[in-house]
Ligand binder design. Structure first.
Ligand code: KIV
Length: 300
């Protein structure tokens, strides 16, 4: 399907998302972790760019998001910041950055805003715009044991709805719903005034988000069923890298067009120079052989 340009090319802000929801617009959010991806994603008109702690899985090679540190997120948000103009730039608060009290949490959020240029953070509620995250929260993998759909019982569904109300009440500007049944996501979306951002939560959320590497086929391991791969860049990259290595090994890369030659007069001068060096070396070799021969004569 061709890319649909956003209705509003203006800068996306936390308040403009709420207005977009009120107008019934569908919006899009994607993760990015570095400058080139951020530029591509922003120039494609994606509304929200999230430097998620999924960084741990898809870029840093950890098995989950728990080891990701605030410093990791800071470095990646700085790089992404340089590539983003229109989208709202949101930084994830990594595991451990909001567990030791409100002051520490705000301090960590302030660092993300001041030092790296994030415009909002995911999780906290202070003067800084906050995005909530309910349903499956991968940071809690050690407590959960496995990634499973949340809210499958009436009780669990009610708890999710209560959490969504509480986050709205606390001033969150949007809420991520991860891996929750689509009926619950629809109920929550229709019950609150701030946008819901769905990942594995069905079509009724106001905004959809996917992890960039999953969308492009650059992730390893089994993907959850909510991911639709729009490209297989892993295959494309493997093919390109393999062909390049082959070309280097068989001598067909670099070609003359892919390297630089000397101008004819300089080449002629160089030829003469090389000849001189060779004959000087030949003379030196002959000289040293003669002195060895003389030395052995005198010894016997
Ligand atoms: O870390 C992340 O990328 C996220 C999204 C999956 C919402 O939290």
């Amino acid at each position: 399907m061709p890319y649909l340009k956003p209705e509003q090319p203006e800068k996306v802000t936390a308040p403009s998302l709420k207005a977009s929801k009120a107008r019934g617009e569908r919006m899009v959010c994607l993760t990015a972790y570095d400058y080139p991806t951020a530029r591509i994603v922003d120039e494609a008109g994606i509304d929200i760019i999230l430097v998620g702690d999924s960084l741990g899985n898809v870029v840093l090679g950890y098995g989950n998001t728990v080891p990701v540190t605030l410093d990791d997120i800071l470095i990646h948000v700085k790089a992404v910041r340089r590539g983003v103009q229109r989208a709202l730039l949101v930084a994830d608060m990594p595991y451990g950055s909001f567990h030791t009290g409100a002051d520490d949490t705000v301090r960590a959020a302030l660092r993300l805003v001041k030092e790296s240029g994030a415009e909002a953070v995911k999780l906290v509620n202070e003067e800084i715009s906050g995005m909530g995250h309910i349903g499956l929260t991968p940071q809690l993998i050690n407590q959960l044991g496995a990634y499973r759909v949340k809210g499958k019982t009436a009780d669990a569904a009610r708890k999710l709805l209560d959490d969504a109300y509480a986050l709205e009440e606390a001033g969150a500007f949007a809420i991520v719903l991860e891996l929750v049944p689509r009926e619950i996501a629809e109920l929550i979306t229709n019950s609150i005034h701030i946008p819901t951002i769905g990942i594995g939560a069905g079509v009724h959320c106001d905004i959809q988000v996917l992890v960039f590497h999953d969308l492009l086929g650059m992730a390893f391991g089994k993907l959850p069923r909510f991911v639709r791969e729009y490209a297989n860049l892993r295959e494309t990259i493997t093919d390109a890298v393999t062909r390049w290595a082959e070309d280097v090994r068989n001598g067909s890369y670099p070609s003359e067009q892919e390297s630089y030659g000397l101008p004819a007069d300089a080449a002629a001068e160089l030829k003469i120079e090389i000849k001189k060096v060779r004959s000087r070396k030949k003379a030196q070799k002959a000289g040293s052989k003669r002195s060895v021969a003389l030395g052995s004569d005198s010894f016997y």
